[in-house]
Design a protein around this ligand. Structure first.
Ligand code: ATP
Length: 235
């Protein structure tokens, strides 16, 4: 379970997160939806220990991310690309990550297979398409067989088949009892995959709960989104 409580973040005089509070529960896909610059990445960066909040807490299973000795075994994350060096192969990169987290080498072949990169052989990551890089990011997230997945805009750069594949993977993870928190600015993506929704706008949570409840009374999720966020559109 992911618990975000009273998260506030200020940059200089500017407040980018205001008392953000929500849960992402095991066995469910929770979508973190909001327009550009709403504060999704800022929240996820704090959750993953990459930034510190001005106030509030962001915990995984009741603990801060930084307190895990081998975090990849608890939380798999994908935040803005794979983070891999261009000159590595997919296998080389994953082996390196696995070794630094006490993960057995056999997992590397398993995740390469799982994300459809088993045939990339000696191809260097610098030559990967955006979609392949997303798949590699996901492979890295899955490496430690974590119960919790945190994915920032996971559908970015994927073609329609890739988006569908990603959806299946995320749904399977939740069906097996895992927790999934994914951010998105794409309502169509979220409508297809989420059980629960957290809608954020201008650093504040404006709605949260089961997707069906949030969209009740609206013709589409898109209508609900614009009504809740007060935005004219998302790019
Ligand atoms: N280091 C920083 N210094 C100043 N402002 C920042 C910093 N990091 C983020 N911000 C601001 O915080 C706000 C929220 O940004 P954030 O990246 O969290 O939004 P987002 O919802 O993930 O949107 P996007 O989909 O565009 O990435 C933005 O206005 C951004 O300019």
């Amino acid at each position: 379970m992911i618990s975000i409580d009273g998260l506030t973040k200020r940059h200089g005089g500017r407040t980018v997160l205001s008392n953000v509070t929500f849960r992402a529960e095991p066995g469910r896909v929770t979508a973190f939806l909001g327009p550009n610059a709403a504060g999704k990445s800022s929240t996820l960066r704090i959750l993953l220990g990459l930034d510190r909040p001005t106030a509030g807490t962001a915990l995984v299973g009741g603990r801060p991310y930084r307190s895990f000795r081998e975090p990849l075994r608890t939380v798999g994350s994908m935040l803005g690309g794979s983070g891999a060096h261009r000159s590595h192969t997919a296998r080389g990169h994953l082996r390196w990550v696995a070794r630094s987290n006490g993960i057995p080498d056999r997992r590397v072949s398993e995740v390469l297979e799982r994300v459809g990169l088993a045939d990339t052989g000696r191809t260097r990551i610098g030559r990967f398409s955006l979609g392949m890089q997303q798949r590699l990011g996901l492979a890295t997230a899955l490496l430690g067989e974590p119960a919790v997945l945190v994915l920032d805009e996971p559908a970015n750069g994927l073609d329609p088949e890739g988006v569908r594949w990603m959806r299946g993977l995320v749904r399977d993870h939740a069906a097996a009892g895992g927790t999934v928190l994914l951010s998105s600015h794409l309502m169509s993506e979220v409508a297809e995959v989420a059980d629960d929704l957290v809608v954020i706008a201008a650093g504040r949570v404006v709605a949260g709960g089961p997707l069906t409840r949030i969209t009740a009374g609206y013709a589409t999720l898109e209508d609900a989104f614009f009504a809740l966020t007060g935005t004219g559109g998302v790019r």
